[in-house]
Design a protein around this ligand. Structure first.
Ligand code: NFS
Length: 658
């Protein structure tokens, strides 16, 4: 049954989304919200109890009788659920690492001066990362290094080569050495220290083949090792090299929601994940010739807006406004005001190819690895990036006269983004004493009780944005500093939580800190690959001292309340393996095997001092679970003063609206 126009406000808490869902239902446009009503999740696949790895099956297990049934090969439910979970980790890791490989190759070409338009911008960061890769001397913990004999483009060239080497190596990853010493020892003892990026992903796929590894614990060991090449490998390399090429983010003000689309301008949405293309489209849109062409066609100018993580990337570095998060991609097209939606990789709904048939909008695919029926393909190539980006922008501009009726919701919210770990360091410590000391001190004195990363996707199986927003409100209300990435950050930005004024919603202690520093209580750190920034921030907190000697000692946690993608599972697994509590909402993909689930939710704590948890009842219960964990960590550190959890009902939340 598809939702009627009246029922759409049960699907989202975002007013622009509700308005567009009503409009789409009336106009008969198909969206993920409607398809989610029609296509119910398979109850066996949902819990990880279906094995389709060979042609003797697929073998389906009865989750109610997990011990009674075996697959044709004899695999039990624990093996099957672990294999399925591990393949999710492998796919998510592969997605981030392919992004990273692409960035690494472009970085090397930029260092050699082979890709006009891309260059080395952040030299201090280049030198710092190069020192960690053993290229220049100096203390990797401090900026600088000995570059007397090497011009910085030579340093960059060597760094590019070494970064590319991380994929094929079998000798271990440079960035792993960033982790706290104690954490590295735990990885060594458990045998999960990764050898190389490609190696771990390939081995994960190989071990989950029919007739290979059948021991769920042994499979999960490789699941952990594979996830580490995402967080401390591919994702971290992508973040660092992107920062060096495009600039390390600093706080920038911008706007979010579908109202950033302009009725009188050519609207181009960049959607996907890799900033290599999005950056160039943003540059091309400022080309005077193309701006003039837009005016000749009757538009006042060219308006670029971001969507999902490509949007986060160009928001952070250029303040380009965001049109919305994952579940708003179809709704943006349904406004009728988008001349082109330009996409690269990941989280792009194939449905867009059919939806654009109802509009003048051109869906433009740009990656040779992502083609969609119904799209126009303009292949992007870094060696001719600006010219291709100009072709893309020209295609959009020439499409403007074909625009028909538009319906842009008049909704935008202000936000501040750009909190790289360098910015957090600088912001809290000041320019002459940049350090994490003030953050640690505020955690120790209890003004800030802990730090929680609220990240991840939207999922139409739950009310859009609802859990993200209410969880974050409850956390900041209880003096917990929230750091965000991905679509979760966009959800909270739309709610007005990413501006300093949102400190009025924070508890007294956090509010004091935010007001003293002038920062929001919710910090937008970037795209999903930038979850690596959160790993670095946690490591810096450990290094600063006073909060134990490992990530697992810190009063921190991670959460993806509305997750849907395999990348989210990979991210969760590397945070757990790094010592954090990670809570997921919506659904949990191993419940078909109570044994494996118990292993991940309970026994993991003994192995990694971090664990998975699942809570689907809502933001209140999720917040309670996280606050309880933070209190326990504070107690173990001897810094806990008795403090009641402040409960936020709807009335209390309304009273706090900014
Ligand atoms: Ni992360 Fe970004 Fe959004 Fe989820 Fe998709 S855009 S990489 S996977 S849906 S947060």
């Amino acid at each position: 049954m598809s939702p009627t126009a009246e029922k759409t406000n049960e699907n989202s808490v975002c007013e622009a989304t509700i308005e567009m869902l009503k409009y789409s239902a009336e106009s008969n446009y198909d969206t993920a919200f409607q398809r989610a009503q029609k296509v119910k999740p398979c109850p066996i696949g949902e819990v990880g109890a279906c094995c389709k790895h060979c042609a003797m099956g697929p073998c389906r297990f009865n989750p109610k009788k997990p011990d009674e049934i075996k697959g044709v090969c004899g695999a039990d439910i624990n093996t099957v659920a672990a294999r399925n979970f591990c393949r999710m980790i492998a796919a998510g890791t592969a997605a981030h690492c392919e992004h990273s490989r692409h960035v690494s190759h472009t970085f090397l070409s930029a260092a050699r001066g082979d890709v006009p338009g891309y260059k080395i911008q952040d030299v201090p960061k280049l030198l710092k990362v190069a020192a960690e890769f053993g290229i220049v001397g100096g203390d990797p913990a401090t900026y600088g290094g000995d570059t007397k004999d090497k011009p910085f483009n030579k340093v960059a060239e060597e760094l590019g080569q070494k970064a590319i080497g991380e994929f094929g190596t079998e000798k271990g990853l440079y960035m792993i050495k960033r982790a706290p010493q104690k954490r590295q020892e735990i990885w060594k003892e458990t045998g999960v220290t990764p050898r190389g990026i490609d190696r771990e992903i390939v081995e994960m796929m190989s071990r989950t083949h029919m007739g290979d590894d059948a021991d769920y614990k042994n499979l999960m060991l490789q699941g952990s090792r594979c996830s580490l090449v995402d967080g401390w490998g591919g994702s971290m390399i992508a973040t660092e090299l992107q920062d060096i090429m495009f600039g390390t983010p600093v706080p920038v003000r911008s706007k979010v929601n579908l109202g950033v689309l302009k009725n009188d301008q050519v609207n181009i949405i960049v959607h996907g994940h890799n900033p290599l293309m999005a950056e160039m489209v943003a540059v091309a849109a400022r080309d005077p010739e193309l701006v003039n062409l837009a005016k000749q066609k009757g538009a006042k100018g060219i308006n670029i807006a971001g969507m999902c993580c490509s949007g986060n990337e160009i928001l952070l570095r250029h303040g380009i406004p965001l049109a919305g998060n994952f579940l708003q991609q179809e709704l943006a097209i349904a406004t009728g005001a988008v001349e082109a939606m330009v996409v690269d990789v990941q989280c792009i709904m194939p449905a867009l190819g059919r939806l654009v048939e109802c509009f003048h909008t051109k869906l433009i695919t740009t990656s040779p690895t992502v083609k969609i029926q119904g799209a126009t393909h303009i292949e992007f190539n870094e060696h001719d990036a600006l010219n291709i980006a100009k072709t893309i922008v020209r295609t959009a501009v020439e499409n403007y006269p074909k625009r028909g009726k538009t319906n842009i919701p008049n909704k935008t919210t202000d936000l501040i983004a750009g909190f790289s770990h360098e910015t957090i360091n600088y912001m809290l410590g000041g320019s002459f004493r940049a350090s994490y000391r003030p953050l640690n001190d505020n955690i120790i004195n209890g003004r800030i009780r802990g730090v929680v990363g609220v990240v991840g996707c939207n999922n139409p199986r739950v009310k859009h944005d609802d859990v993200h927003i209410n969880l974050v409100k409850e956390l900041i209300g209880n003096d917990i500093l929230v750091v965000q990435t991905g679509c979760s950050a966009i959800a909270c930005a739309k709610e007005g939580l990413l501006i300093p004024e949102a400190a009025t919603m924070a508890g007294k202690g956090l509010r004091e800190v935010c007001e003293a520093v002038g920062m929001p209580p919710v910090l937008h750190c970037g795209a999903c690959v930038d979850n690596s920034r959160i790993l670095v921030a946690c490591t810096e907190m450990v290094r600063e001292g006073g909060l134990g000697n490992d990530i697992s000692d810190l009063p921190v946690a991670g959460c993806a309340p509305e997750w849907m993608s395999e990348k989210a599972i990979a991210i969760g697994q590397y945070f757990v393996t790094s010592g954090a509590l990670v809570v997921f909402g919506v659904t949990w993909p191993t419940t078909g095997s109570p044994t494996l689930t118990k292993y991940l939710f309970e026994e993991y704590e003994k192995i990694y001092k971090g664990k998975w948890a699942f809570e689907s009842r809502g933001a209140g219960q999720m917040a309670a679970m996280i606050i309880d964990h933070i209190n326990k960590k504070r107690e173990a550190l001897g810094i806990q003063k008795a403090q009641e959890r402040k409960l936020y009902d709807m009335e209390a939340r309304r009273a706090l609206e900014v």
